[in-house]
Write a protein that binds this ligand. Structure first.
Ligand code: ARG
Length: 389
């Protein structure tokens, strides 16, 4: 019998995939990565086994995801098209890595996923798998079957008695992990409409947010968040706390018309309170400790990095090389930033860094400054020569 490892999320798509693969003579083994999704492990296990899986591997990967995937992206300050913190994109290579591991362990020669032909996720998973083990073959039911709409899938699920509590009402496709959450579909497809209230998943709409303000401090060591409000915490725990707290104050929602890899524009809404709080704090720290040229180049390469992650080149040498650059710039990111959360906004309240390049004695407009004013005139003479034609 042909064995296949299916990336299983517990949702409608992948549950239909499971049965569809079985109908085509595959022995299906599921894998679910615990990255902070909405389904509990016991739900997943039950659903997969009831739907016909022979086995399911459930792995809590939050700690690995935080340290090996999220942290590099935070150090890089990578955000796609200024508004997407790459949460879904970042999880795919990690999922691919475990799919390959399990396939090798189980001696399976196929890997299956529930990504659609229109999306970026198919590319990220398949690029990852190809790189890690080129002998594995891919099956992508959503590109092959003729279940076109969600309604078709619901009918298929009912016909096959799949254990799903689906209704025609669940309108959005949601992908959630500890770095962020993506919402797509439903009324969001209408660019003329603001996101409806029911598209808010974890973050409260500003009008319903705790009124605040709420101040928090974040301490970084070499670019790694190490303390929240003065208390030493593991990075993954800082993420969890910031997500809960930020959501209450309406922090971290973005609404983006983005360019997909397959040449399609799509409108998506994201929720990522922890990510935006950490990115903001780190950027502020950089403004103190990095010189102008480094900040500029970091900015340029951040965008390149975001592009790589978005397009699924996580396991590339280029990405690893860029990590070295960002790691090096992060050496000086030691300090404490205080942020204020208030109805969906983040404001920087105070900043302190050991290696700060800010010199109050020189910058002051007060009485006695130490700026060497005698050099200014000569400096301008030489500097402006490069502009004359
Ligand atoms: N557009 C985003 C991306 O490509 C989010 C995709 C969400 N995926 C999903 N299966 N709901 O990363």
């Amino acid at each position: 019998m042909r064995k296949v490892i299916l990336a299983y999320s517990g949702g409608l798509d992948t549950t239909c995939c499971l049965r569809w693969l079985q109908e085509r003579g595959f022995e299906v083994i599921c894998f679910s990565a615990g990255l902070g999704s909405e389904f509990s492990p016991s739900d997943l296990r039950q659903r997969a086994l009831k739907s016909g899986a022979r086995k399911i591997y459930l792995k809590d990967l939050k700690a690995e995801f935080a340290s090996e995937y999220i942290l590099p992206v935070l150090k890089a300050g990578a955000v796609y098209q200024n508004r997407y913190v790459l949460s879904t994109a970042l999880s795919r290579p990690l999922i691919a890595k475990y799919l390959v591991k399990i396939a090798e362990q189980e001696r399976a020669s196929f890997i299956a996923h529930g990504c659609s032909a229109k999306g970026n996720d198919q590319l990220r998973i398949e690029a990852g798998v190809k790189l890690l083990n080129p002998r594995l073959k891919i099956v992508a039911p959503l590109r092959e079957w003729n279940l076109i709409s969600r309604q078709d899938e619901i009918a298929y699920a009912q016909e096959h008695n799949l254990p799903l509590k689906v209704s025609g009402k669940k309108i959005y496709s949601i992908d959630k992990n500890i770095w962020g959450l993506s919402v797509e579909g439903g009324d969001l497809e209408d660019l003329g409409k603001e996101p409806p209230l029911n598209s808010f998943v974890t973050v409260r709409p500003p009008a319903l947010a705790l009124s605040g303000p709420k101040d928090i401090t974040l301490e970084f060591r070499k670019g790694i968040p190490v303390k929240l409000n003065g208390r030493k915490r593991k990075f993954v725990d800082i993420l969890k706390s910031l997500n809960i707290l930020g959501a209450r104050y309406g922090i971290g929602r973005t609404d983006l018309v983005e360019d997909r890899v397959v040449g399609l524009k799509s409108r998506e809404v994201y929720e990522a309170p922890a990510a935006w709080l950490l990115l903001k704090a780190r950027e502020e720290l950089d403004s103190l400790v990095l010189d102008k040229k480094s900040r500029r180049l970091k900015n340029i390469l951040s965008n390149e990095y975001a592009e790589l992650v978005y397009q699924g080149f996580w396991f590339s040498r280029l990405r690893l090389s860029l990590d070295k650059f960002f790691d090096s710039l992060s050496e000086k990111a030691n300090g404490i930033i205080k942020l204020r959360l208030y109805r969906g906004n983040i404001t920087v309240i105070s900043r302190k860094a050991r290696a700060s390049l800010y010199r109050k004695e020189q910058a002051t407009y007060g009485e006695r400054d130490e700026f060497p004013r005698e050099y200014a005139q000569g400096f301008i003479k030489l500097f402006s020569r490069s502009y004359s034609d």
